[in-house]
Ligand binder design. Structure first.
Ligand code: NAP
Ligand code: MG
Length: 396
């Protein structure tokens, strides 16, 4: 069989530990036998970040801006213990944080659904994708304990002061902020991702209580939608829907899924963990970073699976789930194919995903899924990390 050709390179961001081992195996076993893979390769493994004083991360972010599509392996975010372990000269920042800041992007998390692993909410039949605004609010809030008799003022440009609260007794106060431009970037990333995946977009805040702060979010979304996206949404047959956060929660629970839910920073923090748990497994959760001007970076939501890596290094068998990383590759390949009008490559991405799902649905899976799998007539069998990839390759 002739290999499928690519015209534009994908930006490939390699990573650390067990996911780095799987990264190579996925390419060797599932992609390169079929595709003449063209990538611009950046090694974000911790050793290379140390060697380049983390320049490799910013270079990779620039490459995503240039080419428009990247795929990233999980990476170590150094802490004190990693500084010791890797003899680092500095506690380098989280690569995800650096790339997200460079692209001014929003992260969308979506579960991979498999027939046989049912979400805890019985009526969820399609994935629910959650988008969390990753700027401001309580995450960069300022707080203070205010003793009895304390008054809190706000200083305006020009030096005028207004009193915002004269506390009747001792207590606490919190000041939070957000920026129009950050909210607008968040809105555009959400509208772009909805168009890209042809799913409805829901957005929720508490604007009835927060009549200026949350209302600003609601207004900015509405203005950008009317001015830039309404026509495109109508042409794509999708909808933008705004509602109050508590109404959204009730509707999400009753829904059958298949939409994107955009949340403010705190709501997204809490709700993404709720959704991930209800959909079954972190190892089946994918993540896409989307910039306001439509650049895409695909990855798995989980980390580098350190515990499995140490087993692997000792020569012990592992059963690490590669589904989210395979779907990250498939997502990036599909997006690249769409942008290049490469139908053969697009169809390969579909087949790669289908072969992966079919493998699990017919009973071959990594051990983390065995306990979750329930399907009549199919007895789940847990296999090793590489056997799982070989089983997918057979179907592919
Ligand atoms: P983790 O790598 O996600 O793993 C936590 C545990 O979850 C694993 O030990 C394993 O449980 C289970 N698990 C996660 N992914 C799995 C998979 N694909 N297959 C099977 N089991 C899986 O989180 P962590 O141990 O907290 O973090 C490890 C490193 O990853 C850290 O250095 C952190 O900085 C980094 N990290 C990177 C990213 C990223 O790049 N996006 C995200 C999060 C964390 P069992 O051990 O019980 O089998
Ligand atoms: Mg959280």
């Amino acid at each position: 069989m002739a290999k499928i050709k690519m015209t534009t390179p994908l930006v490939e961001l390699d990573g650390d530990e067990m996911t780095r081992v799987l990264w190579k195996a996925i390419k060797d076993i599932l992609i390169e036998p079929y595709v003449e893979l063209k990538t611009e390769y950046y090694d974000l493994g911790l050793e290379e970040r140390e060697r380049t004083a983390d320049k490799v991360t910013t270079d990779a972010a620039e490459a995503i801006k240039k080419y428009g599509v990247g795929v990233k392996c999980a990476t170590i975010t150094p802490n004190a213990q990693r500084v010791e372990e890797y003899k680092l000269s500095k506690m380098w920042k989280s690569p995800n944080g650096t790339i997200r800041a460079a692209l001014d992007g929003t992260v969308f998390r979506a579960p991979v659904l498999v027939d046989g692993i049912d979400p805890l909410v019985g009526n969820w039949k399609k994935p629910i994708t959650i988008a969390r605004h990753a700027y401001g609010d309580v995450y960069s809030g300022v707080e203070a304990y205010v003793p009895e008799g304390g008054k809190v003022y706000l200083e305006l440009p020009g030096g005028d002061k207004i009193m915002i609260k004269d506390l009747p007794s001792a207590g606490v106060i919190q000041a939070v902020h957000n920026l129009d431009k950050s909210i607008a970037g968040f809105a555009r990333s959400c509208f772009n991702y909805a168009l890209s995946t042809k799913q409805d977009l829901w957005f929720s805040t508490k604007d009835t209580i927060s009549k200026i702060y949350d209302h600003r979010f609601k207004d900015i979304f509405a203005e950008i939608y009317e001015a830039e996206y309404r026509d495109k949404f109508e042409a794509a047959g999708i909808e933008y829907f705004y509602t109050l956060i508590d109404d959204a929660v009730a509707r999400v629970m009753r829904s059958s899924g298949g939409f994107i839910w955009a949340c403010k920073n705190y709501d997204g923090d809490v709700m993404s963990d709720m959704l991930a748990t209800a959909f079954g497994s972190l190892a089946m959760m994918t993540s896409v970073l989307v910039s306001p001007d439509g650049k895409f970076e695909y990855e798995a939501a989980h980390g580098t699976v350190t515990r499995h890596y140490y087993k692997h290094l000792k020569g012990e068998a592992t059963s690490t789930n590669s589904v989210a990383t395979i779907f990250a590759w498939a997502g990036a390949i599909r997006k690249r194919a769409e942008l290049d009008g490469n139908a053969e490559l697009e169809s390969f991405a579909d087949k790669l995903e289908k072969a992966t799902l079919d493998t699990i649905e017919s009973g071959t899976m990594t051990k983390d899924l065995v306990g979750l799998f329930r399907k009549e007539g199919v007895t789940p069998v847990g296999v090793g990390s590489f056997e799982f990839l070989e089983a997918i390759a057979k179907r592919l």
